[in-house]
Design a protein around this ligand. Structure first.
Ligand SMILES: *Cc1c(COP(=O)(O)O)cnc(C)c1O
Length: 399
């Protein structure tokens, strides 16, 4: 009886806390509603039985629905079943996983690569495996949440430098006492702004300070470089200039999963010690086979990448011509800065009415006062789609 009473009491205390948290989020205007979509291809989705123009997905090359990708996944599903049945250390490791790792390393130009279940987990793995107590992590202030969480989970001290600011980083490297080793960590392409890290300078600094340089290329994989190798290739740098490249299968490769590519010894260390690798069930063979097919298409069919880049240029120009603060840049991520969260939501709702799906991005995903519509383009978008989007923005301004 007593136990039952205690349970009920603790349950109500937790309910009270939950309600308080939810109310705080609500009052800050930050409640998120999940909206169910059925993505049809790289440019459209079905929402409430209505076809909308999708301008927010990370499916940059339109590969999630590619016939060869689907066929590869279906084939693996038939021969291997759905689940991988275990961790890579036990029963979950298959020839498909092994072959994809070899292909990913080859594509990047590194010795080796290791798969993780998500890019998020790959980042947690890298930060918690390599950084120790006494080490210092130098982290760009706009790094992805998974890198921030990885920094927090590591035992190292974290020093945040101003976004893309090489002199600030240089200064911080100079004044920060370090008993262990240094790590510099950055997004290659920043997820909310679509701009690039100053890689050549970061390589110079990492050499000068004997630091490990980690580049999260989630948005550069398949997108930048002649064959979609990533940010280093875009800058004409050899892959080994960067110690660890984090990539994802979940964006331009249209599948799921993350990976880390680098020198044999570092990858071996991850394979032996990274907890997100060891203590989670391996990715489904179907997901792996689909990603492998997508990797070939992404590498070989550069016309897809060119189409995506053309659409991105056209959309930037079309929005700027209509007076919108569309970012400069070279990636398919085109944030249109609005500032106020309410205004960004109103614009997003208007776009929605015009059949354009582009959610508002607001705090805590981006800093206060920088709410925006984050547009993305894919290889599947057409020139007419670009006009449709730009006109939907214009009709909001003149409403
Ligand atoms: C999306 C993203 C990730 C996470 O990758 P998932 O495979 O979706 O978990 C990591 N880093 C950056 C910069 C990202 O944009």
């Amino acid at each position: 009886m007593l136990k039952k009473g205690i349970d009920r009491m603790s349950a109500s205390a937790w309910t009270e806390r939950a309600v308080t948290v939810l109310e705080t989020i609500e009052q800050a205007g930050r409640t998120r509603a999940l909206r169910a979509l059925r993505v049809l291809d790289g440019r459209t989705a079905l929402r409430d039985d209505r076809v909308v123009l999708l301008c927010a997905s990370n499916n940059y090359l339109g590969l999630a629905h590619h016939p060869r990708v689907r066929a590869a996944a279906q084939g693996a599903l038939e021969t291997h079943g759905l689940g991988s049945t275990g961790s890579r250390m036990t029963t979950g490791h298959s020839a498909l996983h092994e072959q994809l790792e070899i292909a990913l390393a080859k594509h990047r130009g590194t010795d080796a690569a290791l798969l993780f279940n998500t890019g998020y987990m790959a980042n947690l793995a890298v930060m918690t495996t390599f950084a120790r107590e006494g080490d210092v992590l130098f982290s760009d202030e706009l790094n992805h949440a998974s890198l921030i969480d990885g920094c927090r989970m590591s035992r190292a001290r974290v020093v945040v430098y101003r976004h893309g600011d090489v002199s600030d980083l240089e200064e911080k490297l100079r004044v920060t006492p370090v008993s262990g080793l240094r790590i510099i960590v950055t997004d290659g392409v920043f997820s909310m702004d679509g701009d690039l890290a100053p890689l050549a300078d970061l390589v110079r600094l990492k050499r000068a300070w004997n630091a490990l340089l980690i580049v999260d290329d989630a948005h550069a994989t398949g997108v930048l470089g002649p064959r979609g190798e990533g940010t280093a290739a875009h800058f004409g740098m050899a892959a080994h200039e960067i110690d660890l490249h984090v990539g994802t299968l979940s964006k331009a490769l249209g599948s799921e999963g993350g990976y880390v590519a680098g020198a044999q010894t570092l990858i071996a260390w991850l394979r032996q010690a990274a907890r997100p690798f060891m203590f989670s069930t391996a990715l489904s063979p179907a997901v792996i086979a689909g990603a492998h097919a997508a990797l070939h298409i992404a590498a070989d069919e550069s016309e897809r990448r060119e189409r995506m880049h053309s659409r991105a240029r056209e959309l930037r120009m079309a929005l700027q011509a209509r007076g919108f603060a569309a970012s400069q840049g070279i990636t398919p991520i085109i944030p249109v800065r609005i500032g106020d969260a309410g205004a960004a939501l109103a614009l997003s709702a208007h776009l929605d009415q015009m059949g354009v799906f582009a959610p508002a991005i607001r705090p805590p995903s981006v800093p206060e006062g920088t709410s925006r519509i984050r547009l993305t383009v894919t290889a599947d978008h057409t020139r007419e789609d670009v006009e449709t989007v730009a006109n939907a923005f214009a009709s909001f301004a003149s409403r």
